[in-house]
Design a protein around this ligand. Structure first.
Ligand code: SF4
Length: 354
């Protein structure tokens, strides 16, 4: 199974690198943006973009009344918005989540080929067998999973809420089966002391951040703060000034006293960090293979497949519509709705994590 997943992962990364959005100049970008703005209005559509996407897409979402957010907020925003079409700039599981939560809405994506190493590394058949082998465990899956895997779970979580939820379940004496990100799972396990069984998955972007590289950079910028996403390896998390979801890291960039930050997450987040803290400086944390491969450049190859050109085509032609089997969708809706309800009931506590 491991070899099969590795091969699938390697070929998906190659495909993503080949299809990354082409660079365009600013004039051309403005033309695309104005055509997309008109189409969004005509189609009663709203744009929901992840923090890791191209800054051009993030600014377009902001200019058109859409949202730029982490996957939890993207789900919440799309669910509450009155638009009949959601245009999701991100990776496939985000489009699927939007469709599951809004079966009556049309969900379009610039590309349906943008996936995620965590999703690829957690195929439903193997995952289901893993769950069946541990029936006494509460199944908690990260949002970066397929609709089928979500449908097999008791809870879906994002990195913004995972710690609070596991803490809550552990306090109820529950044993937890966690999937798919082992680094995030181990971070939560260490923080909460919960009894957790881990699936062996990882994010190809965050796994590349290395302890020694970050320490070497800290020597160059001794006053810099270190911001780390918990999908990173444990020894990188240990030296962080703030650990958290994308939203929590953006809040930390603004509220912490340092004027310079070394950031261990996808560099797409710099757009929002710079907007929230314009006087501060943000530096990419070094990765193991800097300059050697595209995998190790602190940028998700699948997020980079979203561009203005393919977004325009998708809205113009109604192509790349995300469909989820209605039966699977109904089952996946249960753990997703649990997450949204838990987030709502714990709003104050979740917000204070920033
Ligand atoms: S950055 Fe990592 S976790 Fe996020 S979509 Fe890309 S591969 Fe998946």
């Amino acid at each position: 199974m491991e070899n099969e997943v590795s091969l699938r992962l390697a070929s998906q990364i190659k495909l993503a690198q080949l299809k990354q959005a082409k660079q365009m100049d600013l004039d051309e970008a403005e033309l695309y943006k104005s055509r997309i703005k008109k189409l969004l209005e005509q189609e009663n559509a709203v744009l929901v973009a992840h923090y890791y996407t191209d800054p051009l897409l993030q600014s377009l979402a902001e200019e058109t009344g859409g949202c730029v957010a982490d996957s939890l907020e993207m789900a919440r925003f799309g669910h509450q918005h009155s638009a009949s079409t959601l245009v999701v700039a991100g990776v496939r599981f985000m489009g699927e989540t939007a469709k599951i939560l809004n079966p009556e809405k049309r969900v379009l994506m610039p590309t349906v080929e943008a996936t995620c190493s965590l999703d690829i590394g957690c195929p439903i058949e193997e995952f289901s067998a893993f769950c069946d082998a541990h029936p006494d465990h509460e199944v908690v899956v990260y949002a970066n999973t397929s609709a089928d895997v979500k449908a097999r779970s008791d809870w879906v979580v994002t990195s913004g809420i995972a710690l609070d939820l596991v803490d809550h379940l552990a306090a109820e004496g529950k044993k937890i089966l966690w999937a798919p990100d082992k680094h995030l799972g181990n971070y939560i396990k260490n923080k909460t002391g919960a009894d957790m069984l881990m699936w062996d998955g990882a994010c190809i972007v965050h796994e590349e951040f290395k302890f020694k590289g970050v320490l070497d950079m800290k020597k160059l910028y001794p006053d810099a703060g270190i911001l780390v996403h918990p999908e990173s390896p444990a020894n990188v998390i240990e030296i962080a000034d703030a650990v958290g979801s994308t939203t929590q890291l953006i809040k930390a960039a603004k509220s912490l006293p340092q004027s310079t930050f070394i950031v261990a997450t996808d560099r797409g987040i710099f757009y929002k960090m710079q907007q929230m803290a314009p006087s501060k400086t943000f530096i990419e944390a070094p990765t193991a293979g800097r300059g050697a491969t595209c995998v190790s450049c602190a940028h998700c190859p699948w997020m980079a497949m979203n561009g203005l050109e393919n977004m325009l085509t998708s809205i113009e032609q109604g192509s790349n519509e995300i469909l989820v089997d209605p039966e699977v969708g109904k089952r996946a809706m249960i753990p997703l709705q649990r997450m949204l309800d838990f987030a709502k009931n714990n709003q104050l506590r979740v917000a204070s994590n920033g």
